[in-house]
Design a protein around this ligand. Structure first.
Ligand SMILES: *Cc1c(COP(=O)(O)O)cnc(C)c1O
Length: 498
């Protein structure tokens, strides 16, 4: 197989310099110039749709990963995929597809932490550890992660106990659900650390990016003394993105298998979006040849992406709204930078990112749905609540993030008349957000106690909450550290010096 090389989104790309291998891109996280690594090209998915319909999740994942991760051997990838997608998922299909309420729900929440971040973070630790060996890095690797709620726990679970790697997760104190917070502060494992930040997700992500930049240039907290080897578990790491492409193919295979679509028939995917990582993987699947008509980018009330796709202006200068879908409460969507690179090239991307840093706003007229297949829509808090209620009456319980996508799909299809088959990417278990879900189903059932509401939801839905969630009620709190956004580097220092 031809080697695949990776280039920074702020570089001239292939032809304009030398690229790095997959393992180097995964080991580094962001590129040294502050950009994100992108592959030099999109490999053609070489399997027919009939064959895809009969493939197990692991085989699909392998087929997708192979042409991207060319400096890993087949034997390595096979071993990692086998270890990642095993019985820790509570569905044998790994990512089952449920047909309800006139749409298909691609359920990505059957992993250990009950959100879609497990799809990539079950695999990333293996890829990262092997990358360090391939790149001859002997130092301890410090995985720095900012989380809007779900990445943190998935990274902690994925990396807990992995030798040679330390994990530090920063989460916005007031910006996550009660269950999300408990999942993180009760995490066991000698190599994992959790710090609350008194700020929102953007403050938290900005703080982590600054630590990366300072360590890269040897300034700020790293002006003197040894610099740790930092990597990232956020979707800025290409090792997060690649495994996510697989489930778009898997979903399509399920639809072909059930006879819902004929082989080659184009479908839509609606993706609840925050940092633009999940939907970007869908875009990569489309570029690899998956028959995708539209990717509906569903935002919540923080609808900076909706405005961008509809006006061509990205403007983060607006109020940050705390919603019932906290993992989408984001105003700076990091992975949009990769889409910009693919549609308008490195020089223009660099300019726009500089404008974003300096003024919080940039313009990009090139990014039209006709070219990318992506359209922006949003679901407000009230619309998401109504969607939860409506779909509950049809026998299916959605979490608030999935509900934003459902509401957005309804608006998009009513506006455009697009009646193609639609897959809603279901990103979290409703049990992670039981208070919001119960309140939406019936305001008379509202209650503030997360674990009490989980029991109410069990009664309402006739399903059982995952044990990994119910046991949180009695686990001891192990991480109590809290800091200001400006003190994050200090916190890293203290943790590493211990
Ligand atoms: C992370 C997350 C999202 C947003 O995904 P992005 O890749 O950041 O766009 C949506 N829903 C849930 C439940 C999540 O955890």
């Amino acid at each position: 197989m031809a080697d695949m090389f990776y280039y920074s989104t702020r570089s001239a790309g292939p032809g304009g310099g030398t690229g790095v291998t997959a393992s180097e891109a995964i080991l580094r996280g962001p590129a040294p110039d502050g950009g994100l690594y992108v592959p030099e090209k999109f490999p053609e998915a070489g399997f027919g749709w009939a064959r895809l319909a009969d493939m197990a999740y692991r085989d699909t994942a392998l087929e997708i990963l192979r042409p991207y991760l060319t400096d890993y051997t087949d034997a390595e990838l096979e071993k990692y995929v086998r270890a990642a997608y095993d019985a820790k998922f509570d569905a044998p299909e790994i990512a089952p597809v449920a047909e309800r309420a006139g749409v298909f729900f691609l359920e990505l929440f059957h992993g250990r932490t009950s959100a879609f971040k497990d799809m990539a973070l079950s695999l990333l630790p293996y890829l990262l550890k092997a990358a360090a060996e391939k790149q001859n890095v002997r130092d301890e690797i410090v995985v720095l992660t900012a989380t809007s709620g779900d990445t943190g726990k998935a990274a902690l679970e994925g990396f807990a106990g992995v030798e040679g790697i330390k994990v530090i997760v920063f989460f916005p104190c007031e910006g996550v659900s009660a269950v999300q917070k408990r999942q993180m502060i009760t995490q066991r494992g000698g190599n994992v650390h959790v710090v609350g930040v008194r700020g929102n997700f953007d403050d938290t992500q900005t703080g982590v990016k600054k630590i990366f930049a300072d360590a890269q240039s040897g300034s700020g907290a790293w002006a003197r003394g040894p610099r740790p080897f930092f990597s990232s578990a956020n979707s800025i790491n290409f090792g997060r993105l690649a495994p996510q492409i697989a489930y778009y193919f898997h979903a399509y295979g399920r639809l072909v298998k059930s006879g819902a679509v004929s082989p080659g028939e184009a479908v839509n995917f609606t993706v609840p979006t925050g940092n633009f990582g999940n939907i970007l993987a869908g875009y990569y699947a489309k570029r690899m040849g998956l028959p995708v008509h539209r990717l509906v980018c569903a935002s919540n009330d923080n609808k900076v992406l909706y405005d961008f796709f509809n006006t061509g202006v990205y403007d983060k200068n607006r109020e940050f709204i705390l919603t019932s879908s906290p993992s989408m409460d984001i105003l700076v969507s990091s992975n949009l930078e990769r889409l910009l690179f693919h549609v308008c090239g490195g020089a223009a991307t660099k300019e726009k990112m500089e404008a974003l840093n300096a003024r919080g706003v940039y313009e990009c007229r090139a990014d039209r749905a006709e070219e990318s297949g992506i359209v922006g829509e949003y679901g407000s808090g009230a619309e998401a609540e109504a969607a939860i209620r409506e779909v509950y009456r049809q026998g299916y319980v959605m979490d608030p993030h999935t509900a934003v996508a459902y509401a957005a799909w309804k608006k998009y299809s009513a506006r455009t008349g697009d009646a193609r088959k639609n897959v809603i990417v279901a990103t979290a278990s409703p049990y992670k957000f039981a208070e919001a879900v119960c309140r939406a189903i019936d305001p008379a059932l509202a209650g503030a106690d997360a674990f009490g509401q989980i029991r109410v939801l069990e009664r309402l839905s006739g399903t059982r909450a995952p044990e990994a969630i119910t046991e949180l009620e009695s686990l001891p709190v192990l991480h109590g550290r809290v800091c200001e956004p400006g003190e994050m580097a200090e916190a890293v220092r203290e943790i590493l010096d211990k």
